[in-house]
Design a protein around this ligand. Structure first.
Ligand code: NAD
Ligand code: TYD
Length: 331
């Protein structure tokens, strides 16, 4: 297939790009603004097989210049970190909502397919059981509210204009190339460095962990086999509370639990996320990587790839970290 992949230099987008190029031989153009989270390094293994355009999805000219003869747009581009959305929601509104609108218009003008990559966070928190695609949308953070707004806009383009849209909502992803502001890579790099491990609140918040390659396959599956206008949940095979995740990382890194520190909780912190993936399962998708295996692979990747994270940990990320956690990272 010929695809325009927006946000393809980020964590999940670049995993999807590698998978589509290597396994399916797709012809891809990546459009990416290269924010702090977007990195050309993430695409270096497929650099000669793709076209890369540096630009923002909220810029109609950049989108028009990148779209070429694509048959469909797959949109990963987003501001993605809940903590950053709490301290500064503006960019989330611009990229996640306005940017999605620009892409939908580009797809509508040209009659292209459209896949929106979304998140379980649009459903809010659930104490027991799992969310289905029919569950009400009750986002709690500016991040999840803007992702919800984008999803609703996508659905409106199906209902109003007949645009062939599919929404794929993933649970918490983890794996290689994830920016270390997110729980798992942050804890892995801090543990390897012997830095403190800041656990929010009581550490009992539960997340439904999905290995990034499984999500990339799930998105491809929804794109090829999903029905227009439908939503597909794509959840991981295992749930785990944060403290247990951090303890496993401590063990895998050969460190001591004394590094763990309980810190002030995130405002509005969702207690538990859980997705039912039965609908995507009925189309033939299944997660292949269990959490224990995926976590060990992830720790090994970060241990072996300091070239990837060293420029991050020694750059602007240090300032972000100090502002957010009120203490400096070890040098
Ligand atoms: P990421 O933060 O690693 O990457 C985001 C990418 O989008 C970066 O390459 C960045 O440069 C690019 N980008 C940001 N603003 C842009 C703009 N205005 N124009 C063009 N490009 C822009 O994010 P990720 O974790 O790979 O998430 C990708 C998508 O998957 C997002 O839509 C996110 O909401 C969704 N999602 C993420 C998770 C998760 O656990 N990380 C789970 C479910 C769904
Ligand atoms: P995160 O990776 O930010 O993903 P999300 O909030 O989108 O689920 O956080 C995952 C969980 O880890 C969440 O419950 C918040 C918690 N957390 C910490 O306890 N400490 C941290 O330093 C971070 C970044 C997250």
């Amino acid at each position: 297939m010929k695809l325009l992949v927006c946000g393809g230099a980020g964590f999940i987008g670049s995993t999807f790009v590698r998978e589509r190029v290597r396994v399916h031989g797709d012809e891809l153009t990546v459009l990416d603004k290269l924010t702090y989270a977007g990195r050309r390094e993430n695409l270096q293994e497929v650099e000669s097989d793709i076209k890369f355009v540096h630009g923002a999805i909220e810029d109609p000219e950049a989108v028009a210049g990148a779209v070429g003869d694509a048959e469909a747009i797959v949109n990963f581009a987003a501001e993605t970190h809940v903590d950053r959305s709490i301290s500064g929601p503006e960019e989330f509104i611009m990229t996640n909502m306005q940017g999605t609108h620009v892409l939908l218009e580009a797809a509508r003008e040209r009659g292209l397919g459209y896949l929106q990559v979304s998140t379980d966070e649009v459903y809010g928190s659930i104490e027991e059981g799992s969310f289905t695609e029919e569950s009400p949308l009750q986002p709690s953070s500016p991040y999840s509210a803007t992702k919800t707004g984008a999803d609703l806009l996508v659905s409106s383009y199906f209902h109003t204009y007949g645009l062939e849209t599919v929404i794929c909502r993933g649970s918490n992803n983890y794996g290689p190339h994830q920016y270390p502001e997110k729980l798992i890579p942050l804890m892995v790099l801090n543990a390897l460095a012997g830095d403190h491990l800041p656990v929010y609140g009581d550490g009992k918040n539960v997340r439904n962990w999905l290995f990034v390659e499984d999500f990339a396959r799930g998105i491809g599956h929804a794109l090829l086999h999903g029905a227009p206008g439908e939503v597909y949940n794509c959840g991981g095979p295992d749930e785990c509370d944060n403290l247990t995740v951090v303890r496993r990382i401590v063990e895998l890194c050969g460190r001591d639990e004394s590094l763990i520190e309980f810190v002030t909780d995130r405002p509005g912190h969702d207690r538990r996320y859980s997705l039912s993936s039965a609908k995507l399962g009925a189309l033939g998708w299944r997660a292949q990587v269990r959490f224990d295996e995926g976590l060990a692979r992830t720790v090994e990747w970060y241990r072996d790839n300091a070239w990837w994270w060293d420029p991050i940990r020694s750059g602007a990320y240090r300032d972000y970290y100090e502002r957010h956690y009120g203490r400096a990272l070890k040098a």
